[in-house]
Design a protein around this ligand. Structure first.
Ligand code: BES
Ligand code: MN
Ligand code: ZN
Length: 500
């Protein structure tokens, strides 16, 4: 599917999307199209009075004349309230509606209605981004698709009256979509395809964008003293890896922004094994690492003027004769010892070493870790918000803002001494889970991580267990791997940490 932004001329074939404001109001382009079609659009709206142009409403007019196969009227709601996100949804939903319809060509008239405060170029660029994100598919393993199930849409043209400006705005968004797509692909791949070594190999491919990539193996990590990370991977036949990705687009020597991702390529739970039902979902347990990799791709792809380092800890958590046992005590790179009471609380064990390493080596100006860390965050927040934990109000606010701007919502939860108490171990510096009945599973997990944050490092932890994948389709997020986190991280850098 090819997406382009072109001059706003009425197409003579294929399908056309026209936007409508609440009350059935057409814009200038829509009015001209209606006239050229002999009033077919106003007639259609009259015949379907429940279509009012409300946000998210669609009305399909088949064979409207003028050589077009269809016109789709897309409601955007009340004009003054229409935001850029509405144009992303427009592009995404338009593509989703026609993707396998048999249609090959789609034009989206991404015009701004009277009383909507949004530059036309921005509307068009966001519609194009939405088309890319909403058009995402993963058909690699579907070898028996019937002809009528195959994607038919070949060309998507976003019509704009500000083509040069819109194209310029779209360029970095196109790279953002590359990053989201990469994350979705990596997270969707099964664990027999994406395992630590093969995921590290995927990271290496970012070198073509100018990212410096280093891959550490078990030998190097042992030398560094990463006993917590290595303990998780020791039951697997597959070697654990730590990947360091550096994008240096900022001032030479300026402290980097750092991102750390949980990359448990498959989480069986280890000896504290998970129930069989639903275990296949644990191929998604590298969603944090996936988001960091996709964000690095987006940031490097658009040549961000910032220094950014991404570190991902890649392991497979398996039960076997060499697996770690409940009660084992491991020594982390920080020197702190951990009693592993539950081998299924493994994410924090790999993150603690990756976070310590990141701070020791890079002295970052901030650190954000992303992890599908706890089932408990789904109990708290469902699938609408990711959990946000931070030792720094400013960073927490920046992330919240970035999340709102990108529709990757975050909700802050508390950290405190009283929660930290739950991790006291009678035999080691800490245990990896709080005792039975303590509750607050997501918070105690975050408290565990905080024990590995050097005091002065502004740090935030995003628990994305409920948002890394989705069971329902949204206009720009088809069900399955969402790529959650890529947009927040990219926006965080763009809005707050980039040289202007
Ligand atoms: N990867 C899981 C968390 C998870 C659960 C993600 C469900 C997505 C959906 C994590 O490693 C885990 O197993 N956490 C345990 C922690 C518990 C043993 C303290 C959990 O949430 O049950
Ligand atoms: Mn687990
Ligand atoms: Zn896990």
């Amino acid at each position: 599917m090819k997406i382009d932004i072109v001059e706003a001329k009425s197409p003579k074939r294929g399908s056309l999307v026209v936007v409508v404001g609440e009350g059935g109001h057409l814009g200038g382009f829509g009015l001209r199209a209606d006239k050229a079609l002999g009033g077919a659009l106003t007639r259609a709206m009259k015949a379907a009075p429940r279509f009012t142009g409300a946000k998210g409403q669609w009305l399909e007019v088949v064979s409207p004349g003028g050589g077009l196969s269809r016109v789709l009227l897309a409601g955007l709601g009340k004009a003054p309230e229409i935001k850029a996100a509405a144009y992303e949804a427009l592009g995404g939903e338009a593509v989703r509606r026609l993707a396998v319809s048999g249609e090959t060509e789609l034009s989206i008239a991404a015009e701004v209605l009277k009383a909507t405060v949004l530059p036309g170029a921005e509307a068009a660029a966001r519609a194009a981004l939405g088309a890319r994100l909403g058009g995402y598919r993963f058909d690699k393993y579907r070898t028996k698709l019937k002809d009528r199930e195959k994607p038919s849409l070949k060309v998507v043209s976003v019509l704009s009256e500000a083509v040069p400006a819109a194209r310029k705005l779209y360029q970095p968004l196109d790279r953002l979509a590359d990053g989201v797509t990469l994350t979705r692909n990596l997270v969707t791949e099964p664990a027999n395809v994406i395992y630590p070594a093969s995921l590290a190999a995927e990271c290496r491919k970012l070198a073509k964008l100018g990212v410096r990539v280093e891959v550490l193996g078990e030998r190097e990590m042992k030398k560094l003293g990463m006993g917590a990370l290595l303990g998780v991977g020791q039951g697997s036949d597959r070697e654990s890896h730590l990947v360091v990705m550096q994008w240096n687009g900022g001032k030479k020597g300026a402290k980097p922004v750092s991102f750390v991702g949980k990359g448990v390529c498959f989480d069986t739970g280890g000896i504290s094994i998970k129930p069989a039902a639903g275990m296949e979902e644990m191929k998604w347990d590298m969603g944090g690492a996936g988001a960091v990799i996709g964000a690095m791709a987006a940031i490097a792809g658009r040549k961000a003027k910032a220094n950014v380092v991404g570190v991902v800890a890649l392991v497979e958590n398996m039960p076997s004769g060499t697996a770690q046992r409940p009660g084992d005590i491991v020594t982390s790179m920080s020197g702190q010892t951990i009693e592993v009471l539950n081998t299924d609380a493994e994410g924090r064990l790999i993150l603690c070493d990756a976070m310590w390493y990141t701070q020791q080596r890079f002295k970052p100006q901030l650190m954000v870790d992303l992890a599908t860390l706890t089932g408990a965050i789904i109990i708290s927040l469902g699938h609408e918000h990711a959990g946000l934990f931070s030792n720094n109000d400013r960073l927490a606010e920046q992330l919240s803002n970035a999340g709102k701007a990108e529709d990757e919502l975050l909700w802050r939860l508390p950290l405190s001494e009283a929660y930290d108490e739950g991790l006291k171990s009678p035999i080691a510096d800490m245990q990896n889970i709080a005792g039975p009945g303590f509750g607050a599973g997501s918070i105690t997990a975050a408290q565990f991580l905080q024990r590995f944050v050097v005091e002065k490092t502004p740090w935030a932890h995003l628990d994305i267990a409920g948002t890394a994948w989705s069971k329902k389709d949204k206009p720009t997020v088809p069900k399955g791997a969402t790529g959650f986190g890529v947009r927040v991280l990219n926006r965080l850098v763009a809005d707050y940490y980039e040289d202007k």
